[in-house]
Design a protein around this ligand. Sequence first.
Ligand code: HEM
Ligand code: HEM
Length: 149
Amino acid sequence: MHDRPSSRLYLTRRHKCAIYGTIGVLWVSGAAWLVAHYFLRQRGPFGDAPNPAEHWLMMAHGAGAFASLWLGGWLWRGHVTPWRRNGTRRSSGNVLLWIGAVLIASGWLLYYASGESLRAGVSLLHWSVGLALAAAMLAHALRSARYRG
Ligand code: HEM
Ligand code: HEM
C-alpha cells in the first residue's frame, strides 16, 4: 500500500480545467478535422477540394499541440513525479504517458515526414491513438476518487 498523500498532491479545479481544456481542444479539433476531411469534401471547379474548415481546425489543433508541451512539462513535475515518489503506480496514468509520447512523436513526423505512404501511415497512427486518448483519460478520471483521502 502507498502512504496517504498530502492534499498538496491533488489536482485543483484550475489544474483540471487546464488539462481537460487542452486535451479537449486537441481531441475536438482532431475529430472535427477527420469529419471535414473524409466526409465533407467540397466540389471545386477542378473536382474534389478540401473543406476550408480543415485549415482553421488545424490552426486550433496546432495551438493545442503547443499548449500540450507546456502542460506536459508542468504535469511531469507537478503530477507524475510526485505520485511516483509517493510510491503510487497507476497503469491508466502510464497509458496516458505512452499515448502522449506517441502523439508528440507522430505529430512531429506529420510536419516533417516526406513521402505519401509514410505520411499516410503516420497520420493513421496519430489520429487513431488520438481518438483512443478519450477512453484512456476517462478511465484515469473515473478511478481517481479512490486516491483522494
Ligand atoms: C499525461 C499523463 C497524465 C494526465 C494527463 C493525468 C491527468 C489527471 C487528471 C485530469 C486527474 C483528475 C481526474 C478527475 O478527478 O477528473 C488525475 C488524477 C490522478 N492521477 Fe493523473 N494524469 C497523468 C498521469 C498520471 C500518472 C503517471 C500517475 C501515477 C504515477 C497519475 C496519478 C494520478 C492520481 C493518483 C490521481 C488522483 C488524485 C488527483 O486527482 O490528483 N497520473 N490525473
Ligand atoms: C499531445 C497531443 C497532440 C499533439 C502534440 C498533436 C500534434 C499534431 C500535429 C503537429 C499535427 C500536424 C498539423 C498539420 O499538419 O498542420 C497534427 C495533426 C492531426 N492530429 Fe494531432 N496532436 C495531438 C493530439 C491529437 C488528438 C487527441 C487527436 C484526436 C483525434 C489528433 C488528431 C489529428 C489529426 C486528425 C491530424 C491531421 C492528420 C493529417 O494531416 O493527416 N491529434 N497533430
